[in-house]
Design a protein around this ligand. Sequence first.
Ligand SMILES: *Cc1c(COP(=O)(O)O)cnc(C)c1O
Length: 384
Amino acid sequence: MDFLNNFIDFTRKCYNDEENNIALHVPNFIGNEIKYLNETIKSTFVSSVGQYVDKIEKSIQYYTNTKKAVAVVNGTAAISVSLRLVGVKKEDEVLTQALTFVATANAISYNGASPVFIDVDIDTMGMSPRSLSKFLKEFGLKKDGKVFNKYSGKRIGAVLPMHTFGFLCRINEIKKICDEWGLPLVEDAAEAFGSKSNGISAGSYGTVGAFSFNGNKIITAGGGGVIVSNNLSLMERAKHLTTTAKKPHQYEYYHDEIGYNHRMPNINAALLQAQFESIEILKKSKSKLFNKYRSFFGQYKKHVKLFPIPETTKDWNYWLISILFNDKNDKDNFLKKTNSKGINTRPIWKLLFELPMYSDCYRDSQVNAKYLQDRVVNIPSSAI
Ligand SMILES: *Cc1c(COP(=O)(O)O)cnc(C)c1O
């Protein structure tokens, strides 16, 4: 009881706000947002073309140290197109995790493929390379340069791990397994823009990586996503596919396949460019908040602890801060009380096979995913 009231007081103090709702995560507009938006409106180039689309693509290419970035309309589209780029087709299976936001699996479904759920590691909350390797040894069959699931008979098209709350999963080990099996690796780095390890950016390890810049992410375009890769021909195709597959011409309409209208409008790119310029300030501010929480939760170690930064993540973006309860009942009580007192907290996602559309998908033991689902709660994490 003491803990609950102290937590509410403490959080209100961190945000210097005694009365309003404290959201889980809000955007911070502390830079050139208004300036760039005004410029964009004055220029009239608010839509499909404009300098800010090129500019943000260059910014993110340099920041992630990749060969090319392509801006798209949201993170879900970024993942879905990324899967198509690496060759995922109808009737394929894609190996992913059940402990993730629903968009990860939806992006697989949009390609006519189905997810297979591999367990996560307990410290990163991202795909476990051990479980991945175990699954492939048991189910995988290499034939004619492809990999099949020998029980379902379906082709395995790609591996799609997710970097939960900005923590890097064991991406180097996962990449090694993918290379051994000849499987493309797509990173759902929707939550991990700004996270790095030894200078290497989340999203830049795989064949292709996808970021989200939705309103709740560390920086936002209003709505937006970006695809990155070191494979230039894949990225050329990414641009082509996401801009209606139109052949460049001064005035003729010629489209050489069924493309998507998935481009990021220039006005969103302008907002994102301004946000991008503040990324290091935001990370620093959020790291201060994390350290404050660390000293607060230090007193309550027996029942709940601040979720520690895993060793995989030398440079975390501090996107969403979590706590880990020992007892499931304490967790439920905490969620009820804090939300009723205007402090937004939320449990980690339901495992995706608990949702009706994914209930038939194959899954392994899910021991760690279940453990985390019962205990992890996100707490207010906006920059202070
Ligand atoms: C936010 C998010 C997405 C989807 O991004 P949108 O921009 O909202 O479409 C995908 N995967 C994960 C893990 C996310 O957190």
